[in-house]
Design a protein around this ligand. Structure first.
Ligand SMILES: [Zn+2]
Length: 251
């Protein structure tokens, strides 16, 4: 082993240490395929520079965050997205209203990307209808009280993807706001809700693919078990929050 060999290889190892770690974390994130919104515990990761760190899940951050990570109402970013927040009504699997207001609130960066999806779809006389967006941790606790079953509701001790403000449940609508047929109803928790379900109506499968393509184009990652659920790219960087809806401006 010559001095020259050691010197050149040592240099290569140092380069790998600096570049490999970043590449690994990026590729791991972009290829991540979650299996369930309600049961997967998201790993804790580094917060955005502008965000207050989520140091403990038992003491959620209650301070609204600025810039790209701040919480905004989707209506203030794009008024054409149809809002049908099911948990603000009794039309959901819990059979009771658990959200104080029917609002779709997301991180600013995520809302801007969703608006891009809406703009793309509008060119083909289609649009988005959202069923669920940001959910404060206190509401997660209420849902857990109503149905303490992690097959359907995420345990608030770990939190739901929706607590981060980077997850959205949604479907497609036509230019009249009428929902396009999908393989199952929202929150149906049946095999037909799985993203790889191939039975049923061909048109419904086509519509599901249309939604997935439109969302993927702007970096959203679909949940394998729920055709309606998508997480924005980098969702793990956003900590869970317990900011109540009434602290988030409408415009
Ligand atoms: Zn969801």
């Amino acid at each position: 082993m010559s001095y020259r060999w050691v010197k050149s290889n040592l240099f290569a190892v140092i380069i790998l240490l600096f570049t490999g770690g970043c590449h690994y974390s990026n590729s791991k994130q972009s290829n991540y395929q979650p299996t369930s919104d309600s049961t997967v515990v998201s790993p804790v990761s580094a917060p955005l520079p502008t965000a207050t760190p989520d140091t403990t899940r038992n003491k959620p951050n209650t301070t609204p965050i600025i810039n790209n990570a701040k919480l905004v109402d989707i209506q203030s970013v794009n008024k054409n997205i149809v809002v049908d927040i099911r948990y603000a009504t009794s039309n959901n699997f819990l059979k009771r209203k658990v959200y104080p207001e029917a609002r779709c609130i997301l991180r600013y960066r995520v809302a801007k990307k969703l608006a891009k999806v809406q703009e793309d779809l509008a060119k083909n006389q289609l649009g988005l209808k959202v069923y669920d967006c940001y959910r404060p941790l206190s509401v997660q606790k209420l849902m857990w009280q109503v149905k303490p079953d992690n097959r359907f509701v995420a345990n608030p001790a770990q939190g739901s993807r929706h607590n981060r403000g980077a997850a959205v449940d949604l479907t497609l609508v036509d230019s009249n706001g009428k929902e396009l047929e999908m393989p199952s109803e929202f929150d149906s928790f049946t095999p037909a809700s799985h993203r790889n379900y191939s039975g049923g109506n061909i048109q419904a499968l086509h519509n599901r693919q249309l939604l997935e393509n439109a969302m993927q184009k702007h970096g959203f990652i679909g949940l394998s078990t729920e055709w309606w659920h998508f997480d924005a790219s980098g969702w793990k960087d956003f900590p869970s929050l317990d900011v109540p809806f009434n602290q988030i401006p409408r415009s």
